[in-house]
Design a protein around this ligand. Structure first.
Ligand code: ZN
Ligand code: ZN
Length: 390
């Protein structure tokens, strides 16, 4: 029960890598420097194979164990992209890219998986193959899906896939996980309400889309409160209202934009159907028309029960049983690792980031003290899922 010795002796180097990555945040698929640095660090770690450019800018490392008796392999995944946030931490290694920041800790995730690469390549104390996946575009770009569509699991067939994210508020050296739906589906909607514009002093000659919009905002609140089973979860948040250019002109159209979060595909389908029905019906009642553009992003992140157990056991082997919460409740945040858990059995675990600001906040920073625990968890997982024959 401790930080792995292979990781402990390389800690300074790992912290330096994290700070260097933190200073040069890049967005979505546009990761020229980041991907290059990750690939170079993996080669320096002595992994067997490095593949770049999968899913545009994803990087994959292959590490073979001492033996290949079982022929088994598992995948471990980290994300590499930052956010369009202006950093306010004042740290000496703060972002040098104005208006961009590693505000979700993906610099830490990448560093922990790099730590695992170093430990695995050095010790090789497992049977089979570890596939390390560094993905782009987790923040709303479906980078996990892009890597899968680019042949990730065809080129590197694995039995299971595992992911990890830091969690502010959870003490450093602790883990949390839960079986079943663990994070929400993330959808975006845009509802365009079309009327007939005109002079604001002569509304009788126009079809004003604004009262229709106001009624629709109210009506959409009834999806979660009146249509969804109260024991289930759904969020419908309208986050943008756009329309109009002048105080004395009735605009021809208004647009509502927002997000829908659910923890089941059935609820997701119900919310979309009700949104379409209400938009059409309400707009029509006002003599206007509505067009709903409903975009499905990440699906519900479903932790597979068996692999959740393996993940919890691997974490317990590092930090002790009292420090792994196996029944952490789901959140309505989203995570595109959900695409990988649709493709294969696996599990997604949270690692404590201590008392930091929340993720996506300008004051947030990944906690360097978590690097050793996270990298050791990866090693523990590989050794337990791909054990050497005695
Ligand atoms: Zn994020
Ligand atoms: Zn994140």
């Amino acid at each position: 029960m401790a930080i792995d010795s292979a990781i402990a002796k390389r800690m300074n180097e790992l912290v330096r890598f994290r700070h260097e990555m933190h200073q040069h945040p890049e967005l979505l698929y546009d990761l020229p420097e980041t991907a290059k640095k990750v690939a170079a660090a993996l080669r320096a770690a002595g992994v067997d194979e490095v593949v770049e450019g999968l899913g545009k800018t994803g990087v994959v490392a292959v590490i073979r164990g001492k033996t290949q008796a079982s022929g088994r392999s598992i995948a471990l995944r980290a994300d590499m992209d930052a956010l369009p946030v202006r950093e306010a931490t004042g740290k000496p290694y703060a972002s040098k890219n104005e208006g961009r920041m590693h505000a979700c800790g993906h610099d830490g995730h990448t560093t922990m998986l790099l730590g695992a690469a170093i430990g695995l390549a050095e010790q090789r104390d497992f049977d089979g193959t570890a596939i390390l996946v560094f993905q782009p575009a987790e923040e709303g770009g479906a980078g996990a899906d892009a890597m899968i569509k680019d042949g990730l699991f065809k080129r590197f067939p694995v039995r299971e896939v595992y992911g990890m994210h830091n969690r502010p508020g959870l003490p450093v050296g602790q883990f949390a996980i839960g079986p079943g739906p663990y994070m929400a589906s993330v959808d975006k909607f845009e509802i365009e309400i079309k009327g007939v514009g005109g002079h604001a002093g002569r509304p009788e000659k126009a079809v004003d889309p604004i009262p229709a919009m106001a009624a629709l905002v109210q009506a959409l609140q009834t999806i979660a409160s009146r249509n969804v089973d109260p024991i289930q979860s759904a969020v419908v948040s309208i986050t943008m209202v756009h329309g109009g250019d002048a105080f004395n002109v009735i605009p021809p159209e208004v647009t509502l934009t927002g997000t829908v979060r659910t923890l089941s595909e059935d609820v997701r389908n119900l919310v979309e159907a009700r949104m379409r029905a209400l938009s059409d019906g309400v707009a029509q009642a006002f003599g206007a028309s509505a067009h709903v553009n409903y975009l499905r992003n990440a699906p519900v992140l479903n932790n597979h029960a068996e692999q959740t157990e393996y993940a919890a056991l691997a974490a317990e082997a590092v930090v002790g049983a009292g420090k792994v919460n196996r029944h952490n409740p789901p959140t309505m945040g989203g995570e595109d690792f959900a695409f990988m858990l649709q493709a294969l059995p696996g599990a997604y675990i949270n690692i404590g980031n201590g008392a930091s600001a929340g993720i996506h906040h300008p004051d947030y920073d990944f906690n360097d003290d978590a690097i050793g625990w996270g990298a050791s968890y990866w090693l523990s997982l590989v050794r337990s899922r791909l054990p050497l024959k005695a």
